[in-house]
Structures are given as structure tokens and as C-alpha cells.
Design a protein around this ligand. Structure first.
Ligand code: GTP
Ligand code: SPV
Ligand code: MN
Length: 612
């Protein structure tokens, strides 16, 4: 085992910037277990960023880009490109609290199992200690985390994605509560062993201990598995905090919309991974006079305010966005954000002049690229140059469409919530649910085709309730009950209206029926007009859909216009088939934890379908 020392050749801070006894004891304990060569306490400074990125370049993990200031390209191990849902565990004390949608292992067994993997795992490496805060630092009750990691890639990415460093250390008093986030790539550098650009282990565990607010991640360096503030803390652990404290942690974007008349609304939208949140959050409206501003693109924490309205904050400080499909036409705000630099690109392609490229960035690829596997690439290669789940990591403050209130600790009041997925058939472009309970039902049966954001098959339809299937920290039936209860306690008139959307319905030729992206503002406009009671709608068994000419199609291409009717259609036969699959989904949740109200909602839907 390599000896641990507190001396280092670099200028990295090796003395603890905190007197928090819990943090000091925990770091000692983990260092004892994992045996790193040195410990570095991260201060979140520009000096630290420069030191770490220089080290990553020297190691061959990062390539400094010529095309963007202070930006880096890297490729992962080809087997470490996405979240690993089958290796993700909710280790609640009782198996039944993890529910039927999560993998469960007894917490004591898991600790023993993982401790064996962690033993000596950081040999030859640096243990970084990162203090971070999810949400605004001046929130009434800021939510802190401390991540231990042996990955400088993670340390750099956490600087972008969270509020971290000295400003957080300064806030941690001796008794501040924090979520313990332990991460190792699981690749010890024993004496004489050479490092690789992307160390990781074939065996991976992403484990959550909800009762002790602890996360143990082992074996992967990929975003959602390794940047523990994100899905592990801000969704899985936070959903448990929200259950206990009466709020919601959701896989949602937050968007500010201002009409040509100057009326502002904030909306939230939940779509499964790689189904359009970032793009809607940065939308460039196709309708003249509308303004869209970004508050968050992936996670929303929502609680009812003293005035009875539901307020949302973005707990993150950066975007970890899907690169493919992002171009000047589809998402100019994302392109402008990364063009300002200070960004990390993972598993995209590299151009010969030192910039990044991915499918959809430009219509024509450059003549020659280095692909995400590090190989020469030309159009004749027959494989994608960028991995379909390649990502950019970039600060939210650089986004030209960022709303000034993105960092407001009070959050923003939500007028409408949209739930959507990728469905080639059945689900119409938009439908307004009848009320909160029907909206919760609709969200509880949300479904989508799987994407490259998680390892495994792509394109398989599955239920993804509230777009939270992979991110729930507790029993899905209890989660539905929590949603219903919050609505029942609230003032009905102040509850957000709930809508279902589908940008991904396809025609018989297999192409999308709706142009999407900036054109989605037409759907948002109709929804906001429904709040004011000014837009026409038709009753269908699944909710209200826009009447023939209620969607504003001004300026829409004739070819697209011709398909809107098909995109909006609600087909009774398709929905009857859908209810059979919903039957199976509900049956799998188990009778005693599925709220009766949702069972009644399903029965009511079946009756409406029978009568239509
Ligand atoms: P995560 O970061 O994985 O949670 O994903 P996300 O929900 O933020 O998805 P994102 O906005 O990154 O979109 C994923 C993919 O869907 C990208 O390739 C987009 O180009 C594509 N996409 C987004 N919005 C639309 C749309 O309105 N229509 C179509 N056809 N594609 C879209
Ligand atoms: C997702 O998969 O939903 C993401 C990317 O937003 S990750 O942070 O890796 O989970
Ligand atoms: Mn996501």
C-alpha cells in the first residue's frame, strides 16, 4: 500500500479549510480506508482550475482546445459512457422503502461489500475534498454536500456544476448538516503501475443510503455516476428529504416566458433523460415578440411559498448537456454558452484545428475528425463521430438566455408543469389534464423510449413516472401519494396546471410530425392562454387538446402545418391499448402502496374511453 503524505510538490491546499468535526473525522476515516498518496482540499479558485486542468492535459485525459477559450476535450473509457441503472442501488433500511423500481441491497451488506472495493482504491492518487452547496448559498436552509473523489475530472466538473469551494467552506459551521458523497474511480495506482487517461473499474456501484444521507459511488467517472451533487444528491437523496420535509425534488427544467404583452410566467417541465429539457430551457421562440429565459435545465426543487404558490429553484450552477443534436438552428443558446469557453467536452469528436464536433452541430461534418474513441474518422467511417451520450459541461452564467433571477433563493412561482416523453405514437403533441389529481395520474403513467443517457437498450418504451424512474430515492407508490397530498393541501386556484406533451410523435414514414425546438413555443403559448381561459380546446378522454385553429401557427412551414392535425390526434384504440400497459405498470407497484386515487383515475380513464 502506498504511504499517505501531507506534503505535495504542487501548491494545492493540503490543510483543512474547516473545523467541522464531522467532516474532519469522515475524511480521516475514508483516507484510512482508501490510502491516497495525498489529500487536497478544494477551494474552487481559478488557480485550482488551472492546476487541475494542466494536470489533466499532462496526463493525457484532457486535450486543450484551440477553438474555445479555457476549454478541454476528453474521451472516456468506451465502457464508461452513461449512467448505469442496473448498478444503482437504494440501500434503505427496509427493502420495501426502495420500492419495486429500485435495486435494493441491505445497507450493512452494501457497506461491507463496497468497503472491500474502496480498500486501498486511491493508492497513488490524490484524494480531493470538495465542499458544495445545491441551490443558492443564501437560501434559508442551504443544502450542503461534501464530495470525496480521486478524480481530478470530477473535481473540475464539480466546479462548473455546483457552487463550491472557499465560499462554501466559509458557510460550514461545526454543526452544519451535509450529505456525505464518496466517490472513487476504483483504479489504484500501485507502485510502478502507469495511469490511463480515463481510469475506472469494470465493477461499478452507485449506492444511496437515504437514512444516513450518504452516497457511495465506485468504479465510474461518468457524470451522473460520479458528479454526486447531481442525480445522486439533488434527486435521489433530495427526493427523500422532500418526502420528509414537504417539498419536491424533480427531473425538471425551469423556464421563464414573457409574452409580447409583457406578461411573465414561469413553467417547469419533466422529460426523461435525453428527451428535450435542455433544449426547451434554452428555447429561441419561433413566435415574434415572445421571450424565453433559462432558470434551469435538469433539476428543480419546488416548495409551496407563504402565498400558496409553488416555487422552484435550480440546485445546479452549470449544464451537463447532451451534445448531439445541438446546433445553431436547434439550440443557439447552448452553442453560444459553450463558445464562451470554460467548458469540458466528453466523448464528442475533435476537429483537426482543435475544436469539438458532434452530429447535428453542423449539417456537414468536417472532412476529417478524431472520433470519440480516438480514431481517425471520415464520413465513410459509418459510425457516429461523437458518442450519442457525449456531453458538454458549461457554466449557467455564460448562457445568453439565463434569467437574472436564476440564483434567487426564493425561487420562481410556477404556473404550469409539462410532462413529456419520446413516444412514436399514441401521445398527442399536447393535452391539458383536468385537474391536479388527473395531472398526477397522467405523470404517474408517463412513458418514453429509452435513450443513450443510460447504459442498455435504446428505443424501448417504458413507464417513466414524472421522468423520475431512475432517480427516485424511495417507493414509487409513496412518491405518488406525496404528489397527491401536496396538491390536496394547496389552494386549488394557485396550483400549477399540468399538461402532457410529446415532441417526438412520428408519421407513417417514420419522421417526426412536429418540428420541435423553437417551434415548441406555440404549444407553450396555447398552454399559457389556457391558464387565462383565452384559448379554445376540445375535450378528449385524456384531457383537453387544442381545437383546430387554437394553436398559433403563424409563420410555420406549410409542410409542417399539414401534419399538426396528426400530431394532435387522440386515437381511442391506441389509448385502450395504452391502458392495458398501464394496468401492468400499476399492478407491479403493489396494491398497498399505490394510492387508491390513482386506481380510480385509471378506471375513470377507461370509462371515458368506452364512452368516446
Ligand atoms: P438529460 O440531460 O439527459 O436529462 O436530457 P435533456 O432532457 O436535457 O435532453 P436534451 O434537451 O439534451 O435533448 C436530447 C436530444 O433530444 C438532443 O439530441 C436534442 O437535439 C433532441 N431534442 C430536444 N428537443 C427536441 C424537440 O423539440 N424535437 C426533436 N425532434 N428533438 C429534440
Ligand atoms: C441524465 O441522464 O438525465 C442527465 C445526465 O442529465 S447525468 O447527469 O449523467 O445523469
Ligand atoms: Mn437529466
Amino acid at each position: 500500500m502506498t504511504r499517505r503524505t501531507s506534503v505535495t510538490a504542487s501548491s494545492a491546499p493540503t490543510t483543512a479549510p474547516t473545523k467541522h468535526p464531522g467532516i474532519l473525522a469522515w475524511v480521516d476515516e475514508i483516507a484510512e480506508l482508501t490510502a491516497p498518496e495525498r489529500i487536497v482540499w478544494c477551494d474552487g479558485s481559478r488557480d485550482e482550475w488551472d492546476r487541475l486542468t494542466d494536470e489533466l492535459v499532462e496526463k493525457g485525459t484532457f486535450v486543450r482546445l484551440d477553438g474555445k477559450p479555457n476549454s478541454f476535450w476528453c474521451v472516456s473509457d468506451p465502457d464508461d459512457v452513461a449512467r448505469v441503472e442496473d448498478r444503482t442501488f437504494i440501500c434503505s433500511e427496509n427493502a420495501s422503502d426502495a420500492g419495486p423500481t429500485n435495486n435494493w441491497v441491505d445497507p450493512v451488506d452494501m457497506r461491507i461489500l463496497m468497503a472491500e472495493h474502496y480498500r486501498g482504491a486511491m493508492a497513488g492518487r490524490t484524494l480531493y475534498v470538495i465542499a458544495f452547496c445545491m441551490g443558492p448559498l443564501d437560501a434559508a436552509e442551504p443544502k450542503f454536500g461534501v464530495q470525496i473523489t480521486d478524480s481530478p475530472y470530477v473535481a473540475v466538473s464539480m466546479q462548473i456544476m455546483t457552487r463550491s469551494g472557499a465560499r462554501v467552506w466559509d458557510k460550514l459551521t461545526a454543526d452544519t448538516e451535509f450529505v456525505r458523497c464518496l466517490h472513487s474511480v476504483g483504479a489504484p495506482l500501485h507502485e510502478g503501475r502507469a495511469d490511463v487517461p480515463w481510469p475506472c473499474d469494470r465493477t461499478k456501484y452507485i449506492a444511496h443510503f437515504p437514512e444516513s444521507r450518504t452516497i457511495w459511488s465506485y468504479g465510474s467517472g461518468y457524470g451522473g455516476n460520479a458528479l454526486l451533487g447531481k442525480k445522486c444528491f439533488a434527486l435521489r437523496i433530495a427526493s427523500v428529504l422532500g418526502r420528509d420535509e414537504g417539498w419536491l425534488a424533480e427531473h425538471m427544467l425551469i423556464l421563464k416566458l414573457t409574452s409580447p404583452q409583457g406578461k411573465t410566467h414561469y413553467v417547469a417541465a419533466a422529460f426523461p433523460s435525453s428527451c428535450g429539457k435542455t433544449n426547451l430551457a434554452m428555447l429561441e421562440p419561433a413566435l415574434a415578440g415572445w421571450q424565453a429565459e433559462t432558470i434551469g435545465d435538469d433539476i428543480a426543487w419546488m416548495r409551496f411559498g407563504a402565498d400558496g404558490r409553488l416555487y422552484a429553484v435550480n440546485p445546479e450552477a452549470g449544464f451537463f448537456g447532451v451534445a448531439p443534436g445541438t446546433g445553431a438552428r436547434t439550440n443557439p443558446n447552448a452553442i453560444a454558452t459553450v463558445d464562451r469557453g470554460n467548458s469540458v467536452f466528453t466523448n464528442t469528436a475533435l476537429t483537426d484545428d482543435g475544436d469539438v464536433w458532434w452530429e447535428g452541430l453542423t449539417e456537414q461534418p468536417p472532412a476529417h475528425l478524431t472520433d470519440w474513441r480516438g480514431n481517425d474518422w471520415t464520413i465513410d467511417s459509418g459510425t457516429p463521430a461523437a458518442h450519442p451520450n457525449s456531453r458538454y459541461c458549461t457554466p449557467i452564467e455564460q448562457c445568453p438566455s439565463v434569467a437574472p433571477e436564476w440564483n434567487d433563493p426564493a425561487g420562481v412561482p410556477i404556473s404550469a408543469i409539462f410532462f413529456g416523453g419520446r413516444r412514436a405514437s399514441t401521445v398527442p403533441l399536447v393535452a391539458e389534464t383536468f385537474d391536479w389529481a388527473h395531472g398526477v395520474f397522467t405523470a404517474s403513467v408517463l412513458s418514453s423510449e429509452t435513450t443513450a443517457a443510460a447504459a442498455g437498450a435504446v428505443g424501448v418504451v417504458r413507464r417513466d413516472p414524472m421522468a423520475m424512474l431512475p432517480f427516485l430515492g424511495y417507493h414509487v407508490g409513496d412518491y405518488f401519494a406525496h404528489w397527491l397530498k401536496l396538491g390536496a393541501q394547496a389552494d386549488t386556484a394557485k396550483l400549477p396546471k399540468i399538461f402532457q406533451v410529446n415532441w417526438f410523435r412520428r408519421g407513417e414514414d417514420g419522421t417526426f410530425l412536429w418540428p420541435g425546438f423553437g417551434e415548441n413555443v406555440r404549444v407553450l403559448k396555447w398552454a399559457l392562454e389556457r391558464l387565462d381561459g383565452t384559448a379554445e380546446a376540445e375535450w378528449t378522454p385524456i384531457g383537453y387538446v387544442p381545437s383546430a385553429d387554437a394553436l398559433d401557427l403563424t409563420g410555420l412551414d406549410d409542410a409542417d402545418r399539414a401534419l399538426v392535425g396528426q400530431a394532435l390526434a387522440v386515437d381511442t384504440d391506441e389509448w385502450v391499448t395504452e391502458t392495458r400497459s398501464i394496468d401492468e405498470w400499476f399492478a407491479g407497484i403493489g396494491g398497498n402502496r399505490l394510492p387508491e386515487e390513482l386506481r380510480e383515475q385509471l378506471a375513470a380513464l377507461k370509462l371515458r374511453l368506452l364512452g368516446s
